[in-house]
Design a protein around this ligand. Sequence first.
Ligand SMILES: Cc1cc2nc3c(=O)[nH]c(=O)nc-3n(C[C@H](O)[C@H](O)[C@H](O)COP(=O)(O)OP(=O)(O)OC[C@H]3O[C@@H](n4cnc5c(N)ncnc54)[C@H](O)[C@@H]3O)c2cc1C
Length: 860
Amino acid sequence: MNKPASVPEQFDAVVVGAGFSGLYMLYRLRQLGLSVRVLESAGDVGGTWYWNRYPGARCDIPTTDYTYSFDPELEKEWTWSEKYATQPEILEYLRFAADRLGLRPDIEFSATVTSSRWDEPEKRWTITTDGGQEIRCRYYIMATGCLSMPKSPDIEGAGRFAGQVYFTSRWPHEGADFTGQRVAVIGTGSSGIQSIPLIARQASQLTVFQRTPNFSIPAHNGPAPADRLDRLAEDRDEYRDAARWSRGGVPIDPTDILGGTASEAVRRERFEAAWAQGELFGILNVFADQGVNPASNDIVAEMIREKIRSIVTDPETAEALCPKDHYFGTKRPCLDTGYFETYNLPHVQLVDLRKQPIVSITEEGIETADESFGFDAIVYATGFDAMTGALVGVDVAGRDGLSLKEKWVAGPSTYLGLMTTGFPNFFMLTGPGSPSVLSNMTVSIEQHVDWVAGCLENMRDEGLETIEPTALAESGWNQHVQDCAAITLHPTANSWYMGANVPGKPRFFLPYIGGVNAYRQACDEVASQGYLGFRLTGPGQDQCRDGIIRRMQPDVAMVLEFMAAAGLPPLETLSAADARALLAATAEASPPGPEVGEVTDGLIPVPSGDLPYRLYRPAGPPEGPRPLVVYFHGGGWVLGNLDSDDPLCRDLCARSGAVVVSVNYRHAPEVRFPAAALDAFAAVQWADANAIELGAIPGQLAVAGWSAGANVAAVACQLARDAEGPHISGQLLICPVVDSDMTRPSYTENGAGYILTTALMRWFWDYYADPADRGDPRAAPLRGNLEGLPEACIVTADFDPLRDEGIAYARALEAAGVPARLVRARGHTHTSVTMVGVVISGAPVRAEIGEALGDFFPAP
Ligand SMILES: Cc1cc2nc3c(=O)[nH]c(=O)nc-3n(C[C@H](O)[C@H](O)[C@H](O)COP(=O)(O)OP(=O)(O)OC[C@H]3O[C@@H](n4cnc5c(N)ncnc54)[C@H](O)[C@@H]3O)c2cc1C
């Protein structure tokens, strides 16, 4: 134990853990002039690299990048020997860093923190170790690691085996010699995949027990990659900065090639290049959409399976090694050296536990449903209680005795993965809700440590004593973390990212998948906005700027960024003709929307002439007539046509099971108010009268529309009521224009930056209606008589200038006795819900819309 001569009981800060995070945290806190004690269970520094000494243990990020970058001098003094360094070398590096920075005197080894308690009056934590020692501190920082709490094997009879037992995560310091032994390895995650080839070299017989096959690619270890070394030599700072602002913490060139549209030759070329390169973020970057699009993911997954089949000679073993139960990348892919080749050795056998599960561990070995195996040694490579295990492994009691374990019983809840409400001055490095295990962790660790150090520095300068996130900020961040995961394929996998490897652990996507760059941006913004979402107190001070740092759906934000980068002119600066041409080009480039059974175009004869329409009939049974929805496109009465809303109409048709007739009404400025509304009503009358010809059930007719199309749909309902027909069963109004009053708060909040702007809305109104007409209920249906109207489903979007009038319409309908279902598209803009095939997060909203449409009609 490396105890300093005198151990003061009071410190400014206690840091738990002396791995990459704890060491750098100590260094930064010392720079701030704080007194610090680091408590570490292990007998030395190193964390992960102290404990995981199994044969073959290596990093899976090139060491050019898996290294501290905060001190150029430190970097100069250390040269990594290989592309992927071994555990002994990484441990040696961390020892070197601790010595070089003089950190050891503040670290107490062989000291495990067992409990901690927040003392509100004193505004201090009391930390207790397994040795019974108590330490008091103001700041309590958990650098306890994401993969540091081994998962105990949940196998019947695990304690009974009389031979030697090894855990990859707690490997003996003296090593293990398997020469001439019959060895079992249980588990084929990263540690299993790394150790199996080396254990096979010694063992006389090796049996691998596999529950889930994992994707692995060859590491092609060797000298550090020349391209990375060159870039570092050329401009180290630029390289490190590129890592900090990359998605995964390693500089790569993100591709924009999509799996579905790439040619077979391009697919093969990209995949083979990534396979040959042997880098994690390379194989995750074969296609831009492989993480979100199942079809694109399948292309990569199948190519890896082909490789496995080409390496492993026994077809049955090869098939058992091919992962088929999860999308590629939804579990961290492994990098290996000769893993699949190992199964071609005559003394190596694979037991597929899906076919013959383990019944029990016995004194002599392992009994499966089909066989009894005798062994001299069993190696458990069974993984970790990831991300939360080490945190809730300590009995942490926050304000009013709130237990962290209890607070997180349904899943962890954090603000930025850094702090959690109810636990003042309690920081987590790479905690749940931060990029951590999805990234190059050294980059994520440095970012967290720097943020915490900056925060404490600010508190010191401002004379503040406590910091704690607000409930609103925390729930907003939790939501954002889940929103980011929901648009990817990740939540579909039974992975440790989801807590699925630990029985009873809540299924919850633990890390933040929005990217190291996006995450850093959010953290920086929180700090620069006066620590948005945190309450800070000090003598005579209580400051809180409450709020949510990210409310927008992540894919909506991406679309906005993409459009901003495209530099398109604001529509309102164009002529109507040019704006229409721009919109037509956009529609042309959009994904087509889902397949439906039948699409036919036709003309509706109305008093003013013929209106083009397009009919969508759902695929599949029932063959007979269906309910009918008459749909009106968006575009501010000026823009839009049958093509612009074609993907949405297909989607509505497929989801609702109704026949959809999309109508192209006359546009302004050529024909102004009330032409569009009158056309809409005429089209509804025609559709009702021709229901049988349209393949629809007479009398089962609803109207729908988006934006200005929702305006004319709503007006058509009022005109139909006044004319006592036709009967309309329901009105679906997606982000409707229902009033000409542009002073509601949503116009102020969302008037710029979200595609539909206040300026554009004004442009639309100016083209459509004279100011004197804008209060007419046929232009502003909110101002009309709302009694006796069809039931409604109204969709509003958070970032839409029209949000508040949509809400007002729903309330006014309810007040008039008309049932109105309000669907709030959280984190969406005026346009994003309708961007079928582009904005993935719009799909659940459209599912709700489809259901609402179906509910307008009697059950079939
Ligand atoms: C085999 C393996 C390979 C990996 N390879 C990579 C890689 O290539 N790239 C990558 O980015 N990441 C990798 N990781 C993740 C790795 O954990 C991180 O990169 C990094 O080492 C984490 O550093 P840390 O200091 O945050 O946590 P750790 O290194 O886990 O250190 C945490 C320390 O806290 C101590 N501790 C925990 N609880 C207590 C307590 N209650 N009291 C006292 N001490 C406590 C532990 O003993 C441990 O020493 C790997 C992980 C494993 C297991």
